[in-house]
Design a binder for this molecule. Structure first.
Ligand code: GLP
Length: 235
């Protein structure tokens, strides 16, 4: 695991955006895994800034989001679909049919998870996945105890994860379930960049740094992968 620390979340976002843009420049047909949450917002802002100037950077790129809430309509302000449109997709030239997000409103959620796995396979697998880090070590919505060989599936969100995301559901209806890529799915990405910044992450970052792979701490699965870069904010 390659660790890089940054004095501020701005410096971290600058570097993350550079990694993303360089990856597209090296392979304009790259398949990306993309996260949501507060941490990657600065990265997306910078990517959008550069790409509106360079124009066409996403023309042949395909993306797969890590997760989506179940039972939340796409146009709900708290959905990850809305998040991705607002922070990235509405501002770059990605072809909407190449921008994949699990459909949390699908009538058969298990079938939707299987379909998502098939779409990833049909795209040739994911080349580079960016991840955020939950305070309890979750990646995507893979909560502590998730088997490291898990695939895309429906999960129950823990009370702490629901509390951490409650501000995005001011009506109080914080979703109880989500679709997430599994840890096994994530580990198949050829390269992974984990962004670890923000309030309340210090403990999780320290635990990740010190710990061997252990299912009680999902992010530690990354120790099993040969090409992981962790960008951590020094707080
Ligand atoms: C959510 C997302 C994760 C994300 C995590 C951390 O639970 N499903 O993919 O990494 O939150 O979010 P934040 O960056 O807002 O701390």
């Amino acid at each position: 695991m390659n660790w890089q620390t940054f004095p501020s979340s701005d410096a971290l976002s600058d570097h993350a955006a550079r990694l993303l843009l360089d990856a597209i420049q090296n392979d304009p047909r790259i398949v990306l895994g993309l996260p949501t949450g507060r941490t990657p917002v600065g990265m997306y802002d910078r990517v959008v800034g550069e790409c509106s100037r360079e124009y066409r950077c996403f023309r042949d790129v395909a993306t797969f989001n890590l997760d989506e809430y179940a039972g939340v309509p796409r146009d709900h302000p708290g959905s990850y679909y809305t998040y991705m449109k607002r922070h990235l997709f509405d501002h770059v030239d990605i072809d909407p049919k190449n921008a994949h997000i699990p459909d949390g409103m699908a009538p058969d959620l298990d079938a939707e998870c299987a379909r998502y796995e098939r779409e990833i396979a049909a795209a040739g697998g994911i080349d580079l996945t960016f991840l955020g880090l939950g305070r309890n070590g979750h990646i995507g919505f893979n909560e502590p105890g998730t088997p490291f060989d898990s695939r895309t599936r429906v999960v129950e969100l823990t009370p702490s994860t629901r509390a951490a995301n409650a501000e995005f559901f001011p009506d109080g209806e914080v979703p109880a379930r989500a679709i997430t890529m599994g840890i096994g799915t994530i580990l198949e990405s050829r390269a992974i960049v984990l962004l670890a910044a923000g309030a309340g992450k210090r403990e999780a970052i320290e635990r990740l740094r010190s710990e061997n792979a252990d299912e009680s701490f999902p992010a530690s699965a990354l120790w099993k992968h040969g090409d992981v870069t962790v960008l951590a904010e020094r707080r």
